[in-house]
Design a protein around this ligand. Sequence first.
Ligand SMILES: Cc1ncc(COP(=O)(O)O)c(C=O)c1O
Length: 415
Amino acid sequence: MTDLFDKISKNRGPLGMHAKESHGYFTFPKLEGEISNRMIFRGKEKLVWSLNNYLGLANHPEVRKIDGEASVHYGLGTPMGARMMSGETDRHTLLEQQLAAFEQKEDAILLNYGYQGMVSAIDCLVDRHDIIVYDSESHACIIDGVRLHMGKRFVYPHNDINNLVKQLERATKLAEETGGAILVITEGVFGMSGDQGKLKEIVALKSKFSFRLFVDDAHGFGTMGKTGAGTGEEQGVQDGVDIYFGTFAKSMALIGGFIASDAQIIEYFKYNMRSQIFAKSLPMPLVEGAIKRLELLKNQPQLKNNLWKIVNALQNGLKQAGFDIGKTQSPVTPVYLNGTIPEATKLIYDLRENYDIFCSMVVYPVVPKGIIMLRLIPTAVHTLEDVKYTIESFGKIKSKLLNGEYKAEKIVDVN
Ligand SMILES: Cc1ncc(COP(=O)(O)O)c(C=O)c1O
């Protein structure tokens, strides 16, 4: 028998084991100042490529104004209670109607958090007779939702449609025995690699199989499609996306999220989704803030145009300079290099301290051993000069990596 706290003190988890050396620098870094392309890190200005502020709305003057006014007017406490009990307002339902119309769905439900909402939505949709089929590179919130499922689940290798067909055949056979139904879950834009879920191909499979499709479009909402309605719109199959999820935490630069679907499904969520029934309603300043952001997202196409101008310049420039940016089809821009975790920390340290570039680093187990992924998130507030400088700097750090200048036994200790 062991004491739980003793056990934890000996095994701090795959990231926590490096906390002593990395806290405050590689993990939990503090970016200060106004949210923009340049922020302060440890007292010095850095060019920042790690915020999902895709449309630059975090600091838009109209957004800042409404955020402030709504907070003064309502306070952060309003409304009190869960929506079902006492937390319902006209503004919550108005925002839902606007989101539904934008997503070309009958209705929508607000979520307090994207992550929690996805977990709870999956839990709410299926019972033990149903079968979930999902993409292997799904975000943690999908994985955790699937973990709550009491019935069978089948995973298909990332975007492998032939394998998905096999899983659907298995699922169909099983569903015939259990009397259950099939739910397929994928992302619209995969947040690490930036490639899109093959929604068009998946929707086409509905002619052969009976299933409903749930799409987590956290990174696609506001960035993809002609109007910014997301990856379903981008691929011309929004009608075939039965349940559409978007978060406010990225393009909208806020907190919260929503699901849009058929009216009867949204009503079902409203009366059965545990994360919303047993939790306080989204505070009014967030609702007012979301209404303003959605208005800007819909009516100021220059925001998305600016974003894509930067995305195209960055991705084309990196490719021309010989970088491997994988299969991205969205603003998410991974840069793949070869090296160990200690090398990666030296490289990031050099990039931050000597080139004043702040971007995220992703290493094993998120990417295979020996791969260093630098993840760049372009936004509407970056400039073409930022892009040029970054590509030049990346060229220099790549040469250093290849010359062995970052060779190290241990990760850089920044404390
Ligand atoms: C694909 C995906 N789904 C869901 C979420 C969770 O969203 P939120 O930050 O609103 O909880 C994220 C955010 O990291 C995400 O990338």
